[in-house]
Design a protein around this ligand. Sequence first.
Ligand code: SF4
Length: 307
Amino acid sequence: MLQQTRVAAVLRFYARFLAAFPDVRALAAAPVDRVLEQWSGLGYYRRAHHLHAAAGVIVTQYGGRFPREARTIAMLPGIGRSTAAAIAAFAFGERAAILDGNVKRVLARHRGIDGFPGTPKVEARLWAIAESLLPERGIETYTQALMDLGATVCTRALPRCAECPVATDCVARREGRVAALPAPRPAKARPARAIRMLVLERAGTILLEKRPAAGIWAGLWSLPEVDVDTDVARHCMARFHASVNVGETLPPIAHGFTHFNLTIHPQRVAVRRWPLRAEAPGLLWLTRDDALGAALPAPIRKLLAAL
Ligand code: SF4
């Protein structure tokens, strides 16, 4: 939960999550929909998918006992080398090196390493440094101190070099390159995409559609989407055999993903006639209040809440 999310934002979700899934077996046995529901509001839903998958692996391959070695932990879904090392160091005292974003910054400055730390070459260098610095004893204290140094002293924008315990041999400080290190990610514009989302309304209910198991917002409930220039009435007839009145276009919603920026154009659509037949799987008519209780992507939740 804490990956790319602050502790304060996580706390109430964490307690709720543990109440729903008190141990790894309960989590592994739960349908992924229930896990996504409990995750709803935390964002980055891949983490929930990974957590659920990792619980399954721990139960089936390790008899429900969390593996103890960093190398094995790193093979669990969603756990990278640095997270695995942190778990192994704190939980089992293994002498394993971490290298998260904060630690990369501390090491890049302290050793004066040029280049963007995300490139394989620079990253390999930083890993080698991180491993060479591991103490013989006290790995927990060392690892916590390194993380705290990055989070509270050697911060990105305002490093407090005067109070830094490793300032005496810091290359960046000596050479006046603190602000320049680590080198920023080379600029690359994120592509923009736009879609139209249909708010189909019928007798006080809204049509939700389950998203595919892979891709963005995997497995969450969302609204049916079409290309921006689609003829909505024709589309509803062709796809649902439904007659509709196309209503107002609501204000666009911008949402940033890691690899692209998405603009959602919500379109209200009143259903005049819906064919009398069982609903297709993955489609669900819910009142707005019930819909808000489902596992929805954050922008869709915001959109429905404002209706
Ligand atoms: S002296 Fe400054 S730049 Fe160097 S490690 Fe300490 S806080 Fe970071």
